[in-house]
Ligand binder design. Structure first.
Ligand SMILES: [Zn+2]
Length: 68
């Protein structure tokens, strides 16, 4: 039953469980995104902050005006 004993690791970036097999091509990371974040954390952080500010700004405008 060795097929059922796939080791599981935790993604260093987000802590999500990652199966240690060929289907997890970015292991030990859960995704390409987490891998990139870990490799260039300072750059990724900057992008996320700038991007989310723009997005949340738009959301507040559209949702607030339609529901109020
Ligand atoms: Zn992850």
């Amino acid at each position: 039953m060795s097929q059922d004993e796939t080791p599981v690791v935790n993604c260093p970036t987000c802590g999500k469980s990652v199966l240690w097999n060929e289907s997890s091509r970015y292991r030990p990371f859960c995704s390409d995104r987490c891998k990139l974040i870990d490799l260039g954390e300072w750059a990724a952080e900057e992008k996320v902050i700038q991007g989310s500010q723009l997005l949340s700004d738009r959301d507040e405008w559209s949702e607030g005006s339609s529901k109020d």
